[in-house]
Structure formats: structure tokens, C-alpha cells
Design a protein around this ligand. Structure first.
Ligand SMILES: O=c1ccn([C@H]2C[C@H](O)[C@@H](CO)O2)c(=O)[nH]1
Ligand SMILES: [Zn+2]
Length: 133
């Protein structure tokens, strides 16, 4: 699948966001090794702390569907930002754990700006599972 097509999937995922507090909808689409796409949206909560970002929703959903950590092909994330969206630090930490360091991550906004990156670039010198061994 082309990255532009995965970005379109992220836009579809974004429409499912539950964001009564921030009104800031984010969508993510995660392409698995079999070519299936897992959608993620942000899901907020009156307690604020339990809010879950689109990126983590997509990763956790895929793992819950039986996908293996490190096996994903690509992720796309989109929000209505001036620049291509920047995943938060918590999601970057989860990406370090569940995504291959060189997996392409396409960041976008609603104006069509994009930035292709990887988790190694987004979170260098990370703390990861290797530190516990
Ligand atoms: O990359 C991002 C950045 C923010 N959010 C969510 C968290 C919260 O619901 C709202 C405002 O921060 O956007 C995401 O889902 N992904
Ligand atoms: Zn996040």
C-alpha cells in the first residue's frame, strides 16, 4: 500500500475521534504485515488522565487483534495542525516498544503537508526493552 493511501485511512480514522474536551481530532492508520489497516483515533475522558491518543489506539488495537510487536509495515498520523502533526512523548515511547526502529511513519495535516520519519528519528537515545536485559 502507498503511504498516501494509508494517510487517507488515517483521515477516515480521525472522523471516529471522541474529543469532547479538546475538540482536537487525530487519526492514525497502522499497516500490518498482512496488508490489513488498523485504525486509531483519540478517545478522551472526563478524568483527562485516561485520554488515549490516536497512535496508541491504533497500536494497541492491532496487538489486541493478534499482531506481533515489531511486525508493522507503516503508520500514518493526521491532525488539523499547521505543520505535520507531532506525536506526543508517550506515544513515541510506545512506538519504541511496538514498532521497528526504521518503520516508516508518515505525519500529516489537513492541508496536505506531510513529513516522513521513523521512531528512531522521533525518539533517539530511547529507553527500551534492551535496557532491562
Ligand atoms: O499526536 C497526537 C497529539 C495529540 N493527540 C490527542 C491527545 C488529546 O486527545 C488531544 C489534544 O492533545 O489530541 C493525539 O491523539 N495524537
Ligand atoms: Zn500520544
Amino acid at each position: 500500500m502507498e503511504s498516501s493511501q494509508l494517510l487517507q485511512e488515517a483521515i477516515l480514522a480521525r472522523a471516529k475521534a471522541y474529543v469532547p474536551y479538546s475538540n482536537f481530532a487525530v487519526g492514525a492508520a497502522l499497516l500490518d504485515r498482512n496488508g490489513q489497516v488498523h485504525h486509531g483515533c483519540n478517545i478522551e475522558n472526563a478524568g483527562y488522565t485516561p485520554c488515549n491518543c490516536a497512535e496508541r489506539t491504533a497500536m494497541f488495537s492491532a496487538i489486541a487483534q493478534g499482531q506481533q510487536p515489531g511486525s508493522f509495515q507503516m503508520m500514518a498520523v493526521v491532525g488539523d495542525t499547521d505543520e505535520p502533526i507531532a506525536p506526543c512523548g508517550v506515544c513515541r515511547q510506545v512506538m519504541v516498544e511496538l514498532c521497528h526502529p526504521d518503520m516508516p511513519i508518515l505525519l500529516g495535516n489537513m492541508k496536505g503537508d506531510t513529513r516522513m520519519t521513523t521512531i528512531s528519528e522521533l525518539l533517539p537515545h530511547a529507553f527500551g526493552p534492551w535496557n532491562l536485559k
